[in-house]
Ligand binder design. Structure first.
Ligand code: FAD
Length: 454
């Protein structure tokens, strides 16, 4: 290789005034000290950065919305960060029902803009998450039971591969890579500079609800929610969120792509459980529903956090719910919580092998995280999250690659199930030298060191 490629775009080095801001991620626990950031303005900047990194033997990380939840995914010490966050154009074609979206836009601005155009696309619970990272890992959302995962809606992509070449990905070109991008997780195959998504006409009015209970009613609420939410009308997306005992919050909220009077009837099993402190039901525009679900929020969190996630295929028994209470009694950080989102509907109608996203038989998704502010409390919180995973293990299956857990050793199986072997073959084809490798990346099929994860 020659050593002639120059970095282009907005390039930030450690001595530059922009460096400290460039290092910041949503979860400060993931911050590192890269030797250079490239804020790409176009696909060519990305391509130059990949070539430069290879010529100079510098490890690559790619980044968009800075919301990676675990260390080493989108930054590392001594590496180059190729950041697409300044590439934010959107081209909407309502006639064809597609939107071509550059990878740097965040979820909130995108779905708000689409809603104003009368168009619905799946959105998560945070407006600041990057489209670049969320989309290829799956993208679980309030409307996944109607519209599928975000990754189910990817029709095409432009990606810069491990050689710095620009590839077009669709059903007709590099279709094996399209399969892999629909659930294979960020950082593995190349830097995606744009996605083309399916969009659909928005309903004008949607129902929303929120119910809050006293914290000590946790057992009965979790039990009822997990029986009710997976089989309720699939136009209804529902979450259950429980913060620590000290914090004392236990609530459920949801979005219903239908009228309020229908929603009122549908949520009766939930309003009947325990003794709710607040029951709020309303009918609003799609734009207002997006504000309700994913309000504007700061780009960076002040707390350090560590996470684990899982899919639930069978109702949790009493011992599983006990493990949840146990965690919430011990966790102290103000953001520590358990979070549940119902699955089913369109999300589960895709066969596990049809896209790289494998977990299609689940009743719901579950994640838990512990937060802290004093750095010396990191290990204690990591241990707590890990112990809880061990206690829940008999009742859970797999894990969600967008909410990774570095304690999971057999991560290939846990994130990708039976699709892992095929993902490794796609990796072998597009990145045989394993240029894009990080702590839990997909190794090429020929990488023998990865025995445990085949
Ligand atoms: C507050 C919060 C709320 C969340 N809510 C949801 C939710 O509702 N639903 C959900 O599914 N997930 C949710 N997540 C998880 C989220 O999907 C992941 O953290 C996601 O990876 C973040 O993407 P990003 O671009 O913001 O992050 P980044 O840190 O920029 O990147 C995350 C990962 O994606 C890779 N990546 C980033 N850009 C590119 C690119 N252009 N090409 C290829 N790979 C890339 C990175 O290398 C890294 O591995 C949430 C996370 C947070 C912190």
């Amino acid at each position: 290789m020659n050593h002639e490629t120059k970095l282009t775009g907005m390039v930030v080095y450690p001595n530059d005034p922009e460096y400290q801001q460039a290092r910041m991620n949503w979860n400060p626990f993931t911050n590192a000290f890269p030797i250079v950031f490239v804020f790409a303005q176009n696909t060519e900047d990305v391509s130059n950065a990949v070539k430069w990194a290879r010529e100079n033997n510098v490890p690559i990380r790619m980044r968009s919305g800075r919301h990676a939840l675990a260390r080493d995914f989108s930054q590392r010490d001594g590496g180059i960060v190729i950041d697409t966050s300044q590439m934010r154009n959107v081209m909407l074609n309502k006639v064809k029902g597609i939107a071509k979206v550059q990878a740097g836009i965040r979820v909130g601005p995108l779905v708000r803009m689409l809603a104003k155009e009368g168009v619905l696309a799946p959105f998560g619970d945070s407006s600041t998450v990057g489209i670049g990272g969320i989309s290829t890992g799956g993208g679980i959302t309030a409307i996944q039971r109607t519209a599928g995962l975000i990754s189910d809606n990817i029709l095409a992509a432009t990606i810069v591969d491990a050689y710095g070449d620009v590839l077009h990905v669709s059903e007709n070109e590099n279709s094996d890579l399209l399969w892999a991008l629909r659930g294979g997780g960020g950082g593995n195959f190349g830097i995606i500079t744009s996605y083309t998504f399916t969009i659909r006409p928005a309903p004008y009015r949607v129902g929303i609800y929120q119910i809050i209970w006293p914290w000590n009613q946790l057992e009965e609420v979790v039990d009822e929610w997990q029986r009710w939410s997976p089989s309720v009308d699939e136009r209804l997306g529902s979450i259950l969120e429980i913060y620590t005992k000290t914090n004392g919050t236990l609530s459920s909220q949801g979005i219903f792509l239908g009228p309020k009077d229908e929603l009122e009837k549908l949520i009766t099993p939930l309003t009947d459980v325990g003794s709710p402190i607040r029951v709020f039901i309303d009918e609003v525009t799609l734009s207002e529903a997006i504000e309700f679900w994913a309000p504007n929020e700061p780009l960076f969190d002040t707390q350090f956090t560590t996470w684990s996630s899982a899919w639930v295929e069978q109702i949790l028994p009493t011992d599983g719910i006990k493990a949840i209470r146990n965690f919430l009694e011990k966790a102290k950080g103000s953001e520590s919580n358990f979070f549940f989102l119902n699955s089913g509907g369109a999300m589960n109608r895709v066969a596990p092998q049809d896209t790289a996203f494998f977990w299609r038989k689940t009743k719901y998704y579950m994640e838990w995280d512990a937060s802290w502010t004093d750095e010396c409390e990191a290990q204690k919180n990591i241990n707590l999250v890990n112990r809880t995973r061990i206690q829940l293990q008999p009742y859970i299956t797999g894990s969600y690659v967008n909410v990774p857990d570095l304690n999971i050793k057999n991560y290939g199986q846990e994130y990708y199930g039976n699709n892992f072997a095929r993902l490794r073959r796609v990796k072998e084809k597009y990145d045989p030298d394993n240029v894009f490798n990080f702590v839990q990346s997909i190794p090429p099929a020929s990488d023998c060191d990865h025995g445990g994860n085949k």
